[in-house]
Design a protein around this ligand. Structure first.
Ligand SMILES: Cc1cc2nc3c(=O)[nH]c(=O)nc-3n(C[C@H](O)[C@H](O)[C@H](O)COP(=O)(O)OP(=O)(O)OC[C@H]3O[C@@H](n4cnc5c(N)ncnc54)[C@H](O)[C@@H]3O)c2cc1C
Length: 382
């Protein structure tokens, strides 16, 4: 099997780059600062993509997509991630919220949410992690207790919720009963963020003051129609979501781009760079190629049998690559990486890449947990 880009894919990449360069400023594309202005720009960009059905390019046409192939979708993901993911928080709606609603949603939920995501009108956040439920997600405690009128009353806390301050919908996991296994009795609800009783408190971090958040639920009323899938059977939804989420970000594409930019910087400085820098870039490029091929292998195997992707091995390699490449960039750019002037030659990208890479081996499941999943998949021959 060859993974070379076809003429169509090359054309698609070119088209995406042109849209990015026309619609977005270089400042937006260099550093990642999730604030209100950033969110407005990302929303504008998503609506622009939506006009040409490029936001949900690989979704079926009936849901607002263009029925594109998985390889066209991959090219899109790579181009966006290489350019600082200009879709902002909306990549989640496209990558895993929509597919989960297609798989588990009622016709009414599909009708309500899928066209809105495809149009760039809905921003989602993921309400999974809690203070005592991260790697061990099935230990979650946020409760949703059924009331005599059939509604549910939710109380509890989520944490590390990305973009909760910008989102208008939450993909929420709640405990609706206690089963013999802790994976039983979890239910997924699709909840509007402006519902009475929901409050968001930002957590300042190296990723900026508004990326991570705590979200509190105090006597929040949830409607039975907001349940995605079946009551108490939400773990199956969570498993599908995490598989889509873990393969949905083409991290190796940004590493490739950073290595290319870095090489230009090194050459501009003294022509060829030090032996250490040359070796670092060469090693990074090899690792980026390995990460890319592992991601492609995951996609090919899920295409063959129609199963969701088994992304752990690919994710481990690409997140460790993120760290390695960002360290190399910081070492090579040196103290100048901290210069905030977006007009300067390094443009803030090295520091930005470094800060963002620190979270890569934690978010969406830590490297240790990915190793456990990968070894399980290898034993089962997946
Ligand atoms: C940038 C970022 C964005 C995030 N966005 C979201 C979001 O939008 N929504 C959301 O719900 N969550 C989000 N998270 C939370 C993320 O999913 C959790 O941080 C992650 O699952 C780890 O959970 P934890 O932080 O509770 O760490 P813990 O689970 O407490 O882990 C602590 C350490 O123990 C190790 N460990 C734990 N269990 C085992 C084990 N069985 N074997 C070996 N080692 C183990 C871990 O690898 C880790 O090193 C985000 C996190 C980050 C960093």
């Amino acid at each position: 099997m060859t993974f070379e880009d076809t003429e169509e894919i090359l054309h698609l990449r070119q088209r995406i780059r042109e849209i990015i360069n026309t619609e977005l400023s270089p400042e937006f594309l260099r550093t990642f600062v999730p604030d209100a202005e950033w969110q407005d720009t990302a929303t504008m960009f998503c609506k622009r993509l939506a006009r040409d059905r490029l936001l949900t390019f690989a979704w079926p046409e009936e849901y607002g997509g263009a029925g594109a192939s998985i390889w066209e979708q991959t090219a899109l993901r790579e181009e966006f991630w290489a350019h600082h993911e200009p879709r902002g928080a909306q990549y989640m709606g496209v990558n895993w919220v929509g597919p989960a609603i297609m798989h588990f949603g009622s016709p009414a939920q599909q009708h309500q949410h899928l066209p809105a995501i495809a149009a760039g009108d809905e921003v989602w956040c993921q309400g999974f992690s809690e203070p005592d439920a991260g790697s061990d997600l099935a230990s979650l405690k946020l409760s949703a207790v059924r009331q005599p009128d059939g509604t549910f009353l939710a109380n509890g806390q989520k944490i590390w919720t990305s973009y909760a301050g910008f989102a208008n919908w939450c993909f929420l996991t709640a405990r609706t009963s206690t089963g013999t296994r802790k994976q039983q009795g979890i239910t997924v609800f699709l909840v509007p963020m402006d519902r009475a009783g929901i409050s968001v408190r930002p957590i300042d971090s190296i990723m900026g003051p508004n990326h991570l958040n705590e979200v509190f639920f105090d006597d929040v009323i949830l409607e039975p129609e907001e349940i995605l899938g079946e009551l108490d059977m939400g773990w199956a939804v969570v498993e599908l979501v995490l598989k889509h989420e873990r393969v949905g970000i083409a991290r190796y594409a940004r590493s490739d781009k950073i290595l290319g930019d870095l090489w230009k910087v090194v050459q501009a400085a003294d022509g060829a760079g030090s032996e250490e820098q040359r070796a670092g870039v060469a090693h990074g490029l090899v690792q980026a190629r390995i990460a890319r091929l592992l991601a492609y292998r995951t996609l090919v195997s899920s295409q063959k049998d129609g199963s969701p992707p088994q992304p752990s091995v690919a994710r481990i390699v690409s997140t460790l690559l993120d760290l390695q490449v960002s360290e190399l960039a910081m070492d090579s750019v040196g103290a100048a990486a901290l210069d905030p002037d977006p007009e300067s030659w390094h443009g803030g990208w090295a520091e930005d890449a470094w800060r963002y890479a620190q979270s890569a081996t934690i978010a969406s499941g830590t490297t240790e947990i990915q190793r456990l999943l990968a070894s399980r998949a290898l034993v089962n021959g997946a």
